[in-house]
Design a protein around this ligand. Structure first.
Ligand code: PMP
Length: 381
């Protein structure tokens, strides 16, 4: 049997034992009272996580990419143009989805490690009309966090639909759907909710639902929100068999989020991020992502001279902590460390202690104990 390692990749994040236990509850009928109640509560909880009172929540078997596709196909039709604000890899994926369905989109982006500024968005919108603006909140590849609230401010009064990819943010970084005027937040369970992967999760404003109703047929069937809406309103109805166990686990994860409380959870993510970064810098690493775009959910960390990607990550993993490598232009130059979901302070300390042991075993010199000490100054003993 493989020994358990602490998963500090940028998703899936470590799954809390309460959530794992829910996953192993019996596979009840998808229209049973148990599942009806848990799905209903999960939908309500989800709306609370993104501060949405009106609007509709959707929890559907799939993945974050299905949620991306659903957000686009249910709000934008052929002949309409939308704008993608890209913070890196996942913004590019939005463009690929548009291309796959023959939809017309423009792209604004900055170099990896930075996010598009609100004034750049404003300048673009002053020049051209768009039906929707789509932005990744946190790009899991570059670690850049977009100023979503400021984008929303720019969009106010323009009648544009605002779609946010919150896969690496929702449940860990503030997203206020009603107050800010976001029309769709799409996300997935495996990051800040700390549940296993396997669901497409969306919260959709009344305005966006109205838009979908006005569109007639769309090039989607399983991904058509109107096929799912009656099920989300009354889960005892059938459209397609949901992944019962995954929904039970996701329900538990939303309970954990709300037991902690969103305000506290957001602050905890910020403190943990700060502590981990301080420790990493103390040990001789630097950050790939630029201030003020650092995401509270993951760090993209540049290697100092003398540390090679593969041997470092292999040894770190053998010692008990799994981190991810860089993608695209950052491959081999950085590692990506997730710090989101239900990660505890003792898990953070375990990771930093293991990091120091790893650095020692690969012969990298640093002041022993300095990383842990830096983190403890922020998180306490
Ligand atoms: N958007 C972002 C920001 C992501 O990080 C990811 C997954 N890493 C996705 C979308 C796609 O999600 P999935 O892998 O569940 O399809």
């Amino acid at each position: 049997m493989q020994t358990e390692r602490l998963l500090m990749i940028p998703g899936p994040s470590p799954v809390h034992p309460r959530i794992l236990n829910s996953l192993s509850l019996p596979t009840v009928s998808h229209v049973s009272p148990e599942l009806v109640e848990e799905l209903k509560k999960a939908l309500d909880n989800l709306k609370k996580v993104v501060f949405c009172e009106k609007g509709e929540a959707f929890i559907i078997s799939g993945a974050g990419t299905l949620a991306m596709e659903m957000a686009i196909l249910n709000v934008i039709k052929k002949g309409e143009k939308f704008l993608v604000i890209s913070q890196g890899f996942f913004g590019q994926r939005m463009v690929q989805i548009a291309e796959s369905f023959g939809l017309d989109c423009d792209l604004i982006e900055r170099e990896w490690g930075k996010a598009v500024l609100p004034e750049e968005l404003e300048a673009k919108l002053d020049k051209e009309e768009y039906e929707a603006v789509v932005s990744t909140h946190v790009d899991t590849c570059t670690g850049a966090c977009a100023p979503i609230k400021d984008y929303a401010e720019v969009l106010k009064g323009r009648g544009v639909h605002f779609i946010v990819d919150g896969v690496c943010a929702t449940g860990g970084i503030e997203e206020r759907m009603d107050d800010w005027g976001i029309d769709v937040i799409l996300t997935a369970p495996q990051k800040c909710f700390g549940a296993p992967p396997g669901l497409a999760v969306l919260v959709v404003s009344e305005k966006a639902i109205e838009k979908r109703r006005s569109m007639g047929a769309i090039p989607a069937y399983y991904a058509d929100l109107l096929n799912w809406l009656p099920i989300m309103k009354d889960p005892s109805k059938y459209f397609s068999t949901p992944c019962v166990n995954e929904i039970r686990a996701f329900y538990e994860s939303t309970q954990i989020v709300l037991e902690e409380g969103m305000e506290k959870r957001i602050l905890r993510h910020a403190r943990v991020a700060k502590a981990i970064r301080k420790a990493l810098i103390e040990l001789g690493f630097s950050l790939f992502t630029q201030e003020p775009f650092l995401a509270d959910t993951l760090s993209v960390v540049e290697y100092p001279e003398g540390i090679k990607d593969q041997p470092f990550r292999k040894t770190f993993s053998k010692n008990g902590v799994v981190v991810a490598g860089g993608l695209g232009e950052t491959a081999g130059k950085v590692f990506r460390m997730g710090h989101m979901g239900n990660l505890s302070v003792s898990q953070v300390y375990f990771a930093l202690d293991t990091l120091e042991r790893t650095l020692t075993s690969i012969g990298f010199s640093f002041i022993p104990g300095s990383g842990l000490k830096a983190a403890k100054e922020i998180l306490g003993e």
